[in-house]
Design a protein around this ligand. Structure first.
Ligand SMILES: Cc1cc2nc3c(=O)[nH]c(=O)nc-3n(C[C@H](O)[C@H](O)[C@H](O)COP(=O)(O)OP(=O)(O)OC[C@H]3O[C@@H](n4cnc5c(N)ncnc54)[C@H](O)[C@@H]3O)c2cc1C
Length: 429
């Protein structure tokens, strides 16, 4: 009997195992599917997704939703198992889904976030595990994989359980060990070594969808504020990324969804020792001209008011204070004492508030990683390794990272589906 082993019982690994077992049934082949997981339970990261609600996909998807270098590769795989297939699959295994519509980002993408109707990520995990049981998928927990060797056409997986050595013989192996993001969930980066042993190159994994750190003391003034804004990331004169949404200010720097979305670009540039800074538009609803006109009018008609009082009518008081502090304007300054060129400077500060970016929070606080197994070393149709026949990859171990909105789980489902199908031999998907 053909034996397929999946390493890692996370989102992509469970999907790959279920798909392989299901395809085997469909083509009436006897195939044993076993998942080897080093934690004592499956899908710990799934339980944390979407703040415990699991944003399992998004009805809208295109290349802009992925940020790695080869987004065409990603979309080619996604097209084999689209968000509508994800919804149909989860509905078919008993998960009722619902959507929350909205526009996101600078591009105004018409996003439609999909969640389980229960608002519980556990619903998704339990449905996957139950489907696996129905299809005869075995999951072994607490398995430490030492190495995987290719012996002729087969693989030998050398592992241990509670200090007892075990050898598994496999016809096909799917590595689905995730990245280094949130390592307490089990995805601790150990899977990269399994891939490296077959000669695969790993694009340096770095935290992504992560808060950014700034050494600027002004951050302390703004700590605790959540405010709508637009963030643009620059290196030198070059704008690298931009995003709109609710920015969270903290004593260490900035966080919130728009910051997460641009973070992978900032982090990769910092890793190349480039200088990185953010320009934040603190009142994106008004353009510079309108803001200038408004402040000039207030200066003429209410000149006795303090500038701080005027700014506090437009934005959070801590942010107004930070704007004035960063321009070195005393807090008691009256708006009537500000010249037109002073007002121009204030407007510039509000529309392009500059923060130096010096780093990011650790992998512990990252939702995903950028980097991973180089895509050009895998087959773009099947996700089979080009370096070892019948070895497959799926999920975040590959050099794929999506923006927030359900795109990382969609990659896990799509790539798991493709690798699981291909491992059975159903290569023509
Ligand atoms: C806090 C948080 C919130 C998130 N929210 C969302 C969201 O709402 N929507 C979304 O799309 N994405 C979200 N993500 C991202 C998403 O969870 C991941 O992209 C996805 O889980 C990756 O799936 P995976 O199968 O590649 O890896 P994982 O789900 O991490 O699974 C990997 C599995 O492999 C196991 N493993 C690792 N190494 C080994 C080894 N050597 N031997 C055996 N087993 C091993 C791990 O224990 C784990 O069970 C979130 C991530 C985090 C951290």
């Amino acid at each position: 009997m053909k034996k397929i082993f999946v390493i890692g019982a996370g989102a992509s690994g469970l999907m790959a195992a279920i798909t392989a077992a299901d395809k085997a049934l469909q083509i009436n082949e006897k195939i044993e599917v076993t998942v080897l997981e080093h934690m004592d339970r499956a899908g710990v990261k799934i339980l944390q997704t979407g703040n415990g609600r699991c944003n399992l996909t998004n009805a809208f998807v295109d290349e802009m939703c992925y940020q790695n270098d080869d987004t065409a590769f990603v979309m080619h795989i996604i097209k084999k198992f689209m968000p509508k297939d994800t919804v149909a699959f989860f509905n078919s295994i008993g998960v009722l889904t619902k959507s929350r519509t909205g526009y996101a980002g600078t591009e105004g993408l018409p996003l439609e976030y999909i969640y389980p109707n229960s608002d519980q990520a556990a619903t998704v995990l339990e449905a996957l595990l139950n489907r696996g049981i129905e299809l005869g998928v075995q999951i072994e927990y607490g398995i430490e994989i030492k190495n995987i060797e290719k012996k002729g056409d087969a693989f030998v997986i050398n592992a241990s359980h509670l200090d007892k050595d075990i050898k598994y013989l496999a016809d096909a192996v799917i590595i689905a060990t995730g990245s280094k993001a949130a390592p307490k969930t089990g995805s601790d980066g150990s899977g990269y070594n399994l891939a490296k042993a077959f000669g695969h190159h790993i694009i340096k994994p770095l935290p992504a969808l992560v808060p950014l750190e700034s050494p600027d003391k002004i951050c302390k003034t703004m700590t605790g504020v959540r405010s709508d804004g637009q963030i643009r990331i620059f290196s030198g004169d070059r704008q690298i990324a931009e995003e709109k949404g609710e920015i969270q200010f903290a004593d260490y720097g900035i966080s919130g969804i728009p910051v997460f979305q641009v973070s992978r670009h900032a982090v990769r540039l910092l890793d190349m020792h480039k200088e990185v800074y953010a320009l934040i538009d603190l009142i994106p609803m008004l353009d510079s001209k309108a803001l200038q006109a408004m402040l000039e009018k207030l200066s003429k008609e209410n000149g006795e008011r303090t500038l701080l009082l005027v700014l506090c009518g437009m934005m959070n008081k801590k942010i107004a204070t930070a704007v004035m502090q960063s321009l070195g304007i005393p807090l008691r300054t009256k708006i009537g004492d500000c010249s037109i060129s002073d007002i121009r400077q204030i407007v510039h500060e509000i529309k392009a508030f500059r923060l130096k970016i010096s780093g990011c929070k650790s992998f512990d606080r990252a939702q995903v990683c950028s980097g991973g197994v180089a895509l050009n070393e895998t087959d773009g149709e099947t996700l089979e390794s080009k370096l070892a026949e019948n070895l497959y990859f799926c999920g975040e171990i590959l050099d794929v990272d999506g923006v927030c909105g359900g795109y990382n789980l969609q990659w896990a489902w799509s790539s798991g589906f493709v690798a699981g199908s291909a491992a059975v031999g159903a290569k023509h998907l």
